[in-house]
Design a protein around this ligand. Sequence first.
Ligand SMILES: Cc1ncc(COP(=O)(O)O)c(C=O)c1O
Length: 394
Amino acid sequence: MTVSIKIRDYMERSSWIRKMFEQGLELKSKLGAEKVFDFSLGNPNLEPPAKVKQAILEVIEDPRPGKHAYMPNAGLLETREAVASVLSKDHGLKISGNQIIMTCGAGGGLNVALKTLLDEKDEVIILSPYFVEYMFYVNNHNGISKLVSTNEDFTLNLSAIEAAIGAKTKAIILNSPNNPSGRVYNEESLNLLGKILLQAREKYGQPIYILSDEPYSKLVYDGVKVPSIFRAYPHSLLITSYSKDLSLPGERIGFIAVNPQMENGREVTDGLIFCNRILGFVNAPALMQRILPRLQGISVDIREYQKKRDLLAAGLSQAGYSFIKPEGAFYLFPKSPIPDDVLFVQTLLQENILGVPGRGFGTPGHFRLAYCVADRVIEGSLDGFQRAIKKVCN
Ligand SMILES: Cc1ncc(COP(=O)(O)O)c(C=O)c1O
C-alpha cells in the first residue's frame, strides 16, 4: 500500500470533474478538439489584460537586485498597501496593509485560514452546492465539515444555518458569487446571517468566523454588486485571488484580508502569517506580488463573460432547460431534466458535450456547465443540448 487509505478514498470521491476531464481528453483525441464541447473546467478562457504583460515586463526589467528573494511571510508591504487601499474604498472602512496577507491563490488562503482557526474536530459549515475542495481543506486541518443546503434558488437558508450551529462551530465558508450556482448573496441575507452568528457568539462564548471565498467578486453581471462581508459581520476574513478576474490561475496569487473590526484581529492576523509559512507556502509568488500594485482595479472584460452567459442561457431555455440565471462567476447550474444527473451527463456526452453532475457539488439533480469557453463552443453545443433533453423527455 502506498497512498494513504484516506487520500485514496478522497481521490475516488472527488473524481467527477476529473472523470469528465479525462473522458473529454479521450473524446478530443478521437474526434478532434473542435468537435467536443467542453464545459467541464473553470479555467478562464480569456487571456489576462494587456497591462498584466506590460507590468511583468517592467518588473523583470527593473535593475534593482533582490526581486526574487525571500520576503516577510505576509508579503511585500507595498503590495499589501495597494490592496488595502482599494479594499478600503470598496468596503467604506479603513483597512491597512497590515491586515492583508498575500497567499498562493484563494485555495492557499482558505487552507491558511482553516489551519489558523481550527482545533481538532471543530466544525465548519459548508453550504451546498459547494466548491468540492472545501471538505478536503477542512479535513486537512482536522476539522469536521457540516453540510447545509441552500434554498431551492440557492439563496442562504438562514434557519438551516442557525439549526446547524453548535458549541463546536468555528467557521462558515461562504462563496459568493457562487461556484457552481452563480448566485450572489444579497446584503439583507448577509446582515441577517451576521446577527445569527453574533447571537451564537453570545451563547457559546466564542466567535464563529465567516471565511468569505470571493475569487469571482468582480465577475458580476446586470449591475449586481457583491455586498461587503466586512460591513455585514465583524469576525470575517475575505479570501480571494486574481485567478479569475485577471485570468491568472496558474500564477497562484491571492490574499486574505482581515476585517479591521474583528475582535482579537491582530492575533488572528499573526496566526495567518505564521500558517502561510508553516504550510510551506512561505510567501506568495514574488513576481506576481510585484506586478499587483500596477494592476489594482483592473480586470478582464466581464462583458465577454456576460455575453457567453446570455448566449448559453438563451439556448438552454429555448431547449426547455430550467435554471437560475447566474448573477456572477462563469457557471450555469441547470436542473437535470431527469432525476439522475449522472445519467443525464452521460446523455450529454453522447452529443460530445462535457458537463459535471450536480452530485459532485453535493446537489444531485443538477449539472454544472462552465461557460468560460470560446463562443463557438457554446454556439456549436446548442443543437446537442436540444437533442439530449428531447431524448430523455420522450
Ligand atoms: C469557489 C472557488 N474557491 C476557490 C477557488 C480556488 O481559486 P484559486 O485558483 O485562486 O486558488 C476556486 C477555483 O475554481 C473556486 O471556484
